[in-house]
Design a protein around this ligand. Structure first.
Ligand code: HEC
Ligand code: HEC
Length: 259
C-alpha cells in the first residue's frame, strides 16, 4: 500500500515538473522486492500487477524525460557555441546593440527566431536593396548550415533571461501609445509576449528604436513585401493605424514599457 502511495506521489511530482531523483526510484524498487510475500492479503497478485505496471510506466517516463533532457542540453550547448558568431552584434547576453542596429534576442520565442532565420536563408527577409540592416544580417545565416543549427541557436536564445534595455526614444505620448496598442494586442497579446497560434512574436520590452525601425520597414514595403512572407504581410495593413513617426514612437515606447 505504501509503495503504491510512493508511486502515486512520484507521478504527481513528475506531473508537476519536479524531477525525481534516481535514488528514490531505486529505493522504491528495493522496498518492493524486499516486501515479504506472506505479508500480502489475497489481493496480492492484483496488487503486485498494479505496482509493476506503475513502476514500468514510471521508469519509462523517467527514461523518456532523461532522454529529452539530454537532447535539450545538447541543443543548448550547440546553440551556445553557434552564438559565438552572433554576440558581436546581438550582445553577450542577447541584449542587442543600438550602434550595430541589432535587436535583443534573449528570451524571444524559439519558434519565432527559427522562422526569421529561415526567412533570411530563403531570401524572404533581408534582401530588399533598402533594407540595410537586413542585408547585414542575411549573410550570417550561412554560419547555420543545417536546420538543426538554426534550431539549436533559437533554443539557446529563448533560454536566456530577458534583458531590460534602457529606453532610447524621447517625446512619446504614452497614453496615445497605449490606446494604439489595443489593436496590436489582438495578435501580440495584451502582455506583448506574443501568440504562437497567430505566429506573432513577443515584442514586450524590445528596444524602442528597433520597433520603430521595423514599423517603418513594414510601412515602406521593405519587410513583409515578399510573396512568401505570409506572417510579415499581416503587419502591413496594421501600418494604416500608424500614420507618422510620432505614432510609431508612441506605440514603441509603450511596447518597451510592457516588460
Ligand atoms: C553584423 C552584425 C550581426 C551579426 C554578426 C548577427 N546579426 Fe542577427 N541581426 C543583425 C541586425 C542588424 C538585425 C536587424 C535587421 C533589421 O533591422 O531588419 C538582425 C536580426 C536578427 C534576427 C531577427 C530578430 C527579430 O526580432 O526579428 C535574428 C533572429 C537574428 N538576427 C539572429 C542572429 C543569429 C542567430 C546570428 C548568429 C548566427 C546573428 N543574428 C548574427 C545583425 C547581426
Ligand atoms: C493580425 C495580427 C497582427 C497585428 C494586429 C499586429 N501584428 Fe505585429 N506582427 C504580426 C506577425 C505575424 C509578425 C511576425 C512577422 C514575421 O514573421 O516576419 C509581427 C511582427 C511585428 C514586429 C516585428 C518584431 C520583430 O522582432 O522583428 C513588430 C515590431 C510588430 N509586429 C509590432 C506591431 C504593432 C506595433 C502592432 C499594432 C499597431 C502590431 N504589430 C499589430 C502580427 C500582427
Amino acid at each position: 500500500m505504501d509503495t503504491i502511495k510512493i508511486f502515486i506521489a512520484s507521478f504527481a511530482a513528475l506531473a508537476l515538473g519536479i524531477g525525481l531523483p534516481v535514488s528514490i526510484l531505486s529505493m522504491v524498487g528495493d522496498s518492493a522486492s524486499e516486501e515479504p510475500v506472506a505479508a500480502h492479503a489475497p489481493s496480492h497478485n492484483e496488487h503486485a500487477a498494479g505496482e509493476n505496471y506503475l513502476k514500468a510506466a514510471l521508469e519509462s517516463t523517467v527514461r523518456a524525460r532523461g532522454l529529452a533532457m539530454a537532447h535539450l542540453q545538447e541543443q543548448l550547448d550547440h546553440g551556445k557555441a553557434l552564438y559565438q558568431n552572433c554576440f558581436v552584434c546581438h550582445g553577450a547576453q542577447g541584449e542587442g546593440n543600438l550602434v550595430l542596429k541589432s535587436p535583443a534576442l534573449a528570451a524571444q520565442e524559439s519558434w519565432y527566431i527559427l522562422s526569421q532565420l529561415q526567412k533570411y536563408k530563403n531570401g524572404v527577409r533581408g534582401k530588399h536593396p533598402e533594407d540595410l540592416e537586413g542585408m547585414m544580417m542575411a549573410p550570417l545565416v550561412a554560419l547555420l548550415p543545417q536546420t538543426s543549427d538554426m534550431e539549436a541557436v533559437s533554443t539557446y536564445l529563448s533560454s536566456l533571461p530577458f534583458q531590460k534595455i534602457p529606453a532610447q526614444l524621447s517625446g512619446a505620448d504614452m497614453d496615445a501609445g497605449k490606446a494604439l496598442y489595443v489593436a496590436c494586442a489582438a495578435c501580440h497579446s495584451a502582455t506583448g509576449l506574443g501568440n504562437p497560434d497567430l505566429k506573432s512574436p513577443a515584442i514586450a520590452g524590445q528596444a524602442d528604436w528597433y520597433v520603430v525601425s521595423q514599423l517603418k520597414k513594414f510601412k515602406g514595403g521593405i519587410r513583409g513585401y515578399h510573396a512568401d512572407d505570409v506572417e510579415g504581410k499581416q503587419m502591413v495593413p496594421m501600418m494604416a493605424l500608424l500614420p507618422d513617426e510620432q505614432a510609431m514612437v508612441n506605440v514603441a515606447t509603450y511596447i518597451h514599457s510592457l516588460r
